[in-house]
Design a protein around this ligand. Structure first.
Ligand code: NCD
Length: 307
């Protein structure tokens, strides 16, 4: 049974095909309105979420399917001590596909190994978040027309930010890309991500603590929230939380066609006065995420022979 736990579970041709399907859905939504009729998606979210859960659910409804939802882990039997394995074996009896978010790294893999239906990782701890990367990729494709030859600045909590890890993995496979990693010393990209994505693929990157000095180089600036829930102590969070706040002033030396991205939720990282700047793409990412999740659900249900 094919599941998507990591963005690397999807080949480059598959990513291109998902983008093409998403574009077709945008152009011809009516053609997809019954594609998943009488099929059910279960969303199992053991961590807070607004966009990811609702966009999976909106995606399934727009494909003509239905949704079963566990929105808060403590309202399900997980709170009684049930294992992830038992939970997904149970949910496999009701649903044709599962999207799961869990605070533990690796939980989605455990789910995939035990489910009888495809599992989509909607975020496992500080590890990865492949469907946010699908949203990011469609956005980059629509803004830049390519996944190659881009200088991508990633800024903020690069240690715990799972969306960052998945995006690095995705774009490291495409030629000519370069990363500028902007973070406080304590929140640098983990060495396993550098080793397995950047170094292994020979992708050039630099690390800095100073956003403004690198701004003129960037084609994409991907801002992230400091991940409070993954800190061991509140003092460190409070010290680091406002390390980077993007203001119009700081964009003075930026490229005219910079794309400003953020997976959201935003806490303080981007001044709201930037929202009307034509370079701001973060609410486009939200919408693009729904289309890419539609494309992914279709792909996995077709492969499983469910539709
Ligand atoms: C991200 C996540 O959950 O990792 N949110 C999302 O899914 N768009 C980013 C975050 O929480 O900071």
């Amino acid at each position: 049974m094919r599941s998507v736990i990591d963005i690397l579970d999807l080949s480059l041709p598959e990513l291109d095909a998902l983008v093409a399907t998403a574009e077709d859905i945008i152009a011809r939504p009516d053609d997809y309105a019954d594609a998943c009729r009488r099929k059910k998606l279960a969303t199992l979210f053991f961590e807070p979420s607004t966009r990811t859960r609702l966009s999976f659910e909106a995606a399934m409804y727009e494909l003509g399917g239905n949704v079963l939802s566990v929105a808060g882990g403590n309202t399900s039997s997980a709170a009684k001590g049930e294992s992830v394995a038992d939970t997904v074996k149970t949910v496999s009896c009701y649903a044709d596909i599962i999207a799961m978010r869990h605070p533990k790294e690796g939980a989605a893999l455990v789910a995939a190994n035990n489910a009888k239906v495809p599992v989509i990782n909607a975020g496992d701890g500080g590890h990865c978040h492949p469907t946010q990367t699908l949203a990011d990729l469609l956005t980059i494709h629509r803004e830049k027309g390519r996944f190659t030859d881009l200088t991508v600045g990633l800024c903020g909590d690069l240690k715990f930010g799972r969306t960052v890890h998945s995006l690095i993995n995705a774009l490291s496979r495409c030629t000519g890309n370069r990363f500028v990693l902007i973070s406080p010393e304590e929140l640098k990209v983990p060495s396993y991500v550098k080793a397995e994505a950047l170094k292994k693929n020979g992708v050039p990157y630099s690390q800095t603590t100073d956003l403004e000095s690198v701004m003129p180089q960037l084609d994409i600036l991907y801002m992230t929230r400091v991940q409070r829930e993954r800190f061991f102590n509140e003092e460190d969070y409070l010290r680091l939380k406002d390390s980077y706040i993007l203001t119009p002033e700081k964009l003075k030396n930026a490229k005219k066609d910079l794309s400003i991205m953020h997976p959201l939720p935003r806490v303080n990282e981007i001044s709201v006065s930037i929202d009307d700047d034509p370079r701001a793409c973060y609410f486009k990412q939200v919408l693009n995420g729904k289309y890419m999740r539609m494309a992914l659900i279709l792909m996995l249900l077709k492969e499983a022979g469910t539709i």
